[in-house]
Design a protein. Structure first.
Length: 178
């Protein structure tokens, strides 16, 4: 049974820039730069029949290419942070692509995520030993982070294995944007 999610790849120059932000945070398990991505929609563990339906639905999406950039860092888990991320600059095009994928996945019977969509690139997962003040200091020191714009020419269906912290991720299918 594959574990699937749709996402966007990050260009090499941006992944290199992000990888330079590693370190200086006790209790962090840093994500390997080869696994950096922006999740569009997590599908979870699905059987192969549903996986084929997902591929078909995604292949029917006709959407134009667009530009993105990253701006600032943040964390998930307000009282007990559990991950650190690079935030994606607000993009109407990204949200519309996400909504189209979401609509098609609900049509297949997949439940929506219980959290609001927050596009980001996960940089580290935090152990329970990470102190909120240390996370706040790490984020404050990197508050002005900004990448240049990068073009999004396609979206991808990734698979992952069941593991702590995700990865390695495998590209199963690619879907070119117009």
């Amino acid at each position: 049974m594959p574990r699937l999610f749709a996402g966007l790849e990050i260009p090499k120059d941006i992944t290199t820039l992000l990888s330079l932000q590693k370190g200086g945070l006790y209790g962090a398990r840093w994500v390997d730069e080869s696994n950096y991505h922006i999740t569009l929609r997590f599908m979870g563990d699905v059987d192969y029949g549903l996986a084929n339906e997902i591929v078909f639905q995604m292949s029917q999406i006709q959407y134009p290419e667009f530009d993105l950039s990253l701006r600032g860092f943040g964390s998930f888990g307000s009282k007990k942070p559990h991950s650190v991320f690079a935030a994606v600059q607000n993009s109407q095009e990204l949200y519309l692509l996400h909504q189209e994928i979401e609509r098609r996945m609900r049509k297949l019977g997949l439940r929506s995520d219980k959290h609001d969509y927050t596009p980001h690139v996960t940089l580290a997962r935090l152990k329970k030993t990470a102190e909120p003040i240390d996370v706040a200091n790490y984020l404050a020191m990197r508050g002005n982070f900004q990448s240049g714009n990068f073009r999004v020419p396609r979206f991808v269906l990734f698979s992952s294995r069941d593991s702590v912290g995700g990865g390695p991720y495998v590209i199963e299918e690619t879907f070119d944007l117009l």
